[in-house]
Design a protein around this ligand. Structure first.
Ligand SMILES: [Zn+2]
Ligand SMILES: [Zn+2]
Length: 313
């Protein structure tokens, strides 16, 4: 399962009533942050998420409302005895921006690796952190291009699910029962001169979990292709009011209605809209503009938490 907390849900500038964009995903006790606006570490304290275990910061783009919290957060993590490497992963052109931001950090007790990502990558559970790996693991992160005023990407985060153990298949194998467990856990077993593989005791593949994060962007048709079948789409919806459609187009942002259209076309399970314009005091007032298109549309708020579980099968 994957847990999430919306640390901040605002765009543009931090307001007293709403912090800037940041979403925390939690898997197996490790944390992935998507965007890190100014004040994100304060929100982490407010919602008791902890910050030491953030292993990877996915950055959609280099507008200040999404990155100005990074140096402060890393500095605080450095003061809390973290020693494992932290990855910062973002679009083309992010490296000089991040290194400029981090220039004032004279000493950090851990390495920071900034990656300009173009292709998907696997994450594995290392000793005390998540690490980017060449190995095929259950956790996959894939970037896709958005259409904002500068280079901007979204992310699919996918957690694969092991197939069920199939005792009928296992019984056909001429090996002692003690080996079943090893095969079930994905190990290869050698017994009496023959090799046995996990597939020989496992059933059909099962659907995993897919979270699609759509950062700052204007609407375009192919958005729903990236989000196809997602359990949860988190999508920017800078403007709630349909009347703001021209503003949305001009500034390369989306309205609630457009976000809902993406979720409907993608046949997603749930949509949570975030990244609200500072001019919108109470975004939930506009929820019906989204639900009239896609029923399971929700409007985020700072501190909103949830869990995405594997579907019953
Ligand atoms: Zn923004
Ligand atoms: Zn932006």
């Amino acid at each position: 399962m994957i847990d999430y907390v919306f640390l901040g849900t605002g765009g543009g500038m931090p307001m007293t009533f709403r912090a800037l964009s940041s979403l925390m995903l939690m898997y197996n006790g490790r944390k992935i942050l998507i965007d890190c606006g100014e004040g994100t570490q304060v929100q982490m304290r407010k919602y008791h998420t902890g910050f030491r275990d953030v292993d990877i910061i996915l950055v959609t783009h280099t507008h200040g409302d999404h990155i100005f919290g990074i140096p402060g957060l890393l500095s605080t993590m450095g003061n809390s005895d973290r020693t494992e490497k932290v990855y910062i992963v973002g679009p083309k052109g992010i490296k000089p921006v991040i290194s400029g931001l981090l220039y004032s950090l004279k000493y950090l007790p851990f390495e920071v690796e900034t990656i300009e990502v173009e292709e998907g990558f696997y994450l594995k559970q290392g000793k005390d952190s998540l690490e980017i790996t060449e190995e095929k693991t259950e956790l996959w992160v894939e970037p896709f291009n958005l259409k904002h005023r500068i280079e901007c990407i979204g992310f699919n985060i996918e957690l694969a699910r092991k197939p069920k153990f199939d005792p009928v298949k296992a019984k056909t194998l001429p090996i002692p029962v003690v080996y079943w467990k090893h095969l079930q856990n994905g190990e290869i077993v050698d017994f009496e001169g023959r090799t046995y593989y996990p597939e020989q005791v496992l059933g059909e593949p099962r659907k995993g979990i897919k979270v699609t994060f759509i950062g700052d962007t204007g609407y375009f048709n192919e958005l729903s292709d990236h989000a196809k079948g997602a359990d949860l789409i988190v999508c920017e919806g800078t403007y709630g009011d349909d009347e703001d459609i021209d503003k949305a187009k001009k500034n390369r942002h989306m309205t609630f209605r457009e976000a809902a259209r993406v979720a409907k076309d993608a046949e997603a399970d749930d949509l949570i809209i975030t990244h609200f314009s500072p001019s919108m005091g109470n975004p939930v007032e506009y929820r019906s503009n989204a639900t009239s298109v896609f029923n399971k549309s929700f409007v985020a708020y700072d501190g909103l938490k949830g869990t995405i579980n594997f579907k019953e099968e």
